[in-house]
Design a protein around this ligand. Sequence first.
Ligand SMILES: [Zn+2]
Length: 110
Amino acid sequence: MSIHPSRLIAECPLCHTPYSDEAVRLLREFEGSRLFHCSCQKCGRSMMALMLERSGWMSTVGLVTDLEVADAIRLEDAEAITSDECIRFTQVLEMKSGEFCRFLLGQAKK
Ligand SMILES: [Zn+2]
């Protein structure tokens, strides 16, 4: 990619270091929208940017992520989590928070 049509994919929004061409990866293009993964070589943070082009105007939305580009590609076609699953997860977490904390502490020691 040699042209960055949006500032959001031209430089890291966190440390303002310009992205190299290799740091910006087009993940998906569909119906006038493009999804990018950007990795900052200076601060190490990553961002997903969704660029929408409609009738002569362009809008870009960015989200800081801990996903590596390989994870973003792998999860791109994954099934979305439903609202019922989110609610159920919250309920289970609330009921078993002590058990969950012990599990995480056990994982941290490994
Ligand atoms: Zn940065």
